[in-house]
Design a protein around this ligand. Structure first.
Ligand SMILES: *Cc1c(COP(=O)(O)O)cnc(C)c1O
Length: 418
């Protein structure tokens, strides 16, 4: 038996844990000889496909030149190049780049930046507003601003209190906007953190760019910092490079991770406006930003991210995204006709549907395990969120592989009976 303790895995269920030997494009190759289509981009990170040769080459070159460097008071070219090129891609005036190594830490950094901003200005504000059903990571701070549930019940006492705004369900958007406005008026609020357009781990819940724009306007009006967690939505997932682009807004802080290296190495950034940076700028050491991790801006990870940006510049990535979105729309149209399927939805390259559970939905409901069981015997990697099935493949996936994904979903859903 392996000594490995896997994440989000109940070892007591003794489900098989496949051994993967290599990967290429949208395919994983298993030790037992099977070829599996990665329909969820290995947990939403792989954008251009696995083992991209340009990214792999950049990693090899950088690993032989400068592997790691303390980043407090030192710098290196891969990070400088990456920061400059990121800023050029981001909406004005996001002008400062803080590095970390996962989506969760990019969120911790964002929260600390927001609190530091108010603290250093001498008008401390501590209240953080969040959206119902949101997910921002698994560290204590990130869990605090995410939905409470079975995932964090054991740690709930340690999580800090936040104000929760209802999710803007289609038709009830005004209730969300009213609640946000009321919460901003009720007390001094430091920041509102939100996943733009798609709430990922919360069940691929989607809302409109208009609502995103309206929420941003309310925060702006009350001087509340707007934090966009684009860890999942960034790098083309929603059809545009950033989801925020579709609403035409510039957040005060943006978190990026997952696809920043094309899905090859862990790296994250938290981008901030000059106002937030300047609140920490001083000759007083006590006002500096107190955050770091050992691998902050690791040069190899930065080189991988630079190679990712180069791919965005050199290759027709946007065209691939548009084509994938079209194919996903066609597939969703077919899946919508299946019995038990409800709430079909799409945002860019992401499609999702709910498999209606007659005994009541939820992450631990019976539908989820039965779907998972069915997907285990199919040549695809799909990992439903409870009774929500979603498809979020690498942009390079072809028609045949997408067909296998569709077949697996059809099989899983029809095997449940109607
Ligand atoms: C995955 C995710 C995170 C956490 O990122 P990790 O790299 O897994 O720590 C944070 N926010 C959102 C929206 C995510 O989807």
């Amino acid at each position: 038996m392996s000594p490995i303790w896997h994440p989000f895995t109940q070892h007591g269920l003794q489900e098989p844990i496949p051994l993967v030997e290599r990967a290429e494009g949208a395919a994983l190759y298993l030790a037992d000889g099977r070829r599996i289509v990665d329909a969820i981009s290995s947990w939403w990170v792989t954008t251009h496909g696995h083992a991209n040769p340009h990214i792999a080459a950049a990693i090899a070159v950088q690993a032989a030149q400068l592997d790691q460097l303390i980043f407090a008071g030192w710098t290196h070219e891969p990070a400088e190049t990456l920061a400059r090129n990121l800023i050029a891609l981001m909406p004005h005036p996001l002008a400062h780049v803080f590095f970390s190594d996962s989506g969760s830490t990019s969120v911790e950094v964002a929260l600390k930046m927001a609190l530091g901003f108010w603290h250093n200005r001498g008008e401390p504000r501590h209240r953080i507003l969040v959206m119902e059903h949101s997910y921002h990571g698994d560290t204590i701070g990130a869990m605090s601003v995410g939905a409470r549930g079975v995932f964090n019940r054991a740690y709930e006492k340690l999580l800090f209190d936040v104000g929760t705004i209802p999710f803007p369900k289609a038709g009830s958007e005004q209730a969300t906007l009213d609640a946000l406005d009321a919460a901003c008026r009720a007390e001094p609020v430091a920041a509102f953190i939100v996943e733009p357009l798609v709430l990922g781990a919360g069940g691929m819940l989607m809302y409109s760019p208009d609502t995103l724009r309206a929420m941003h306007a309310i925060c702006e009006q009350h001087g509340v910092l707007f934090v966009a967690d684009e860890v999942m939505t960034g790098w083309g997932r929603t059809g545009t490079l950033l989801a925020c682009e579709q609403a035409g807004i510039t957040p005060d802080i943006i978190c990026l991770a997952k696809g920043i290296t094309g899905g090859s190495l862990p790296l994250a950034v938290t981008l901030a406006t000059p106002a937030i940076f300047e609140a920490h700028w001083s000759t007083d050491p006590a006002k500096q930003f107190f955050h770091s991790s050992s691998y902050t801006a690791n040069p190899i990870a930065c080189a991988a991210a630079n190679a990712n940006l180069q791919i965005w510049r050199d290759e027709p990535v946007r065209k691939r995204i548009t084509r994938l979105a079209e194919r996903q729309a066609a597939m969703l149209g077919e899946l919508a006709k299946l019995p038990r399927v409800a709430n079909v939805r799409q945002c860019g390259t992401i499609i999702a549907l709910d498999v209606v559970d007659t005994e009541g939905a939820g992450y631990l409901s019976e539908i989820g395990p039965r779907l998972r069981e069915s997907f285990r015997s199919a040549p695809v990697l799909l990992r439903p969120l409870g009774n929500t099935v979603y498809v979020m493949p690498p942009y390079c996936i072809d028609e045949t592989d997408l067909g296998s994904v569709r077949d697996a979903i059809v099989e899983a859903v029809t095997s449940l009976g109607s």
